[in-house]
Design a protein around this ligand. Structure first.
Ligand code: COA
Length: 213
């Protein structure tokens, strides 16, 4: 029977590549890196680096055509040394790949917004989840998100998405939308939470349902 398994360091290039394929049509990444071949290269670099950075947290998992990475309670933001290692992994590759400064800036503003809206109380965080487009609709996304819901148990499970097409997907698994935010570039991001046992996360609905920062 199929099932998700924890990934090993040697699995990460393939997982990074499938996540790059999964996010090619994401509206934010399309706007950030309009050229498709360049976008694909950049996504492969950044997704693989993110998985490598999160691997020590112990919850990078997947199957052949899908992968996800979670951050356990109290671990976001990651320690500075790990964030620096992440940037050290992506910076040389983006210079090689000629990622324009405006793309960098757009990405930086989105990451800054994501950091600022991130809840502070104990929760699990879905840093990334994705399925290779050819495998969409085969139940893999369900297995990946249900694994995360199972791990979170009684604690809230938080995520954000830059693609409104994902909102009904998460809603069917019991996630509630707790805010829509926008960068100064006009790039939107939606925050969602599963298991509204945290008053502050639930309270985001009222306090910041549509902020532009
Ligand atoms: C979102 C994603 C992970 C879903 O993966 P998937 O393997 O296609 O999903 P599944 O086949 O397991 O679908 C599970 C159920 O959700 C439904 N579903 C899938 N995508 C949906 C969507 N966008 N809206 C509503 N329902 C959706 C399926 O029809 C299925 O329903 P069923 O169980 O009644 O048959 C996948 O579309 C993806 O990788 N997207 C690009 C990357 C991305 O945006 N990731 C999320 C970042 S926050």
């Amino acid at each position: 029977m199929a099932g998700v398994k924890n990934l090993a360091p040697g699995d990460l290039p393939v997982a990074g590549d499938l996540l790059a394929a999964a996010f090619m049509d994401d509206p934010f990444f399309r706007a950030m890196v309009p050229d498709p071949p360049r976008r694909r290269r950049w996504l492969r670099v950044v997704q693989t680096a993110n998985l490598r950075t999160l691997l020590p947290e112990g919850h990078v998992y997947g199957e052949r055509d899908g992968a996800a990475a979670l951050v356990p309670p109290g671990r976001y933001p990651l320690p500075l040394v790990r964030l620096l290692a992440f940037f050290a992994r992506i910076a040389p590759r983006s210079i090689e790949g000629h990622l324009p400064p405006r793309s960098w800036l757009r990405g930086w503003r989105m990451q800054d917004l994501i950091d600022r809206i991130h809840p502070r109380e104990p929760h699990w965080y879905v840093s990334v989840i994705g399925v290779r487009p050819e495998a969409h609709g085969s139940g893999l996304g369900r297995r990946l998100i249900e694994h995360a819901i199972g791990l979170a148990g009684e604690l809230p499970l938080y995520l954000e998405t830059t693609n409104p097409r994902n909102l009904p997907f998460y809603a069917r698994f019991g996630f509630d939308s707790v805010g829509r935010h926008e960068t100064s570039d006009g790039d939107p991001v939606w925050a969602m939470v599963h298991g509204r046992r945290s008053s502050r996360i639930a309270g985001m609905t009222e306090s910041s349902s549509s902020s532009r920062v």
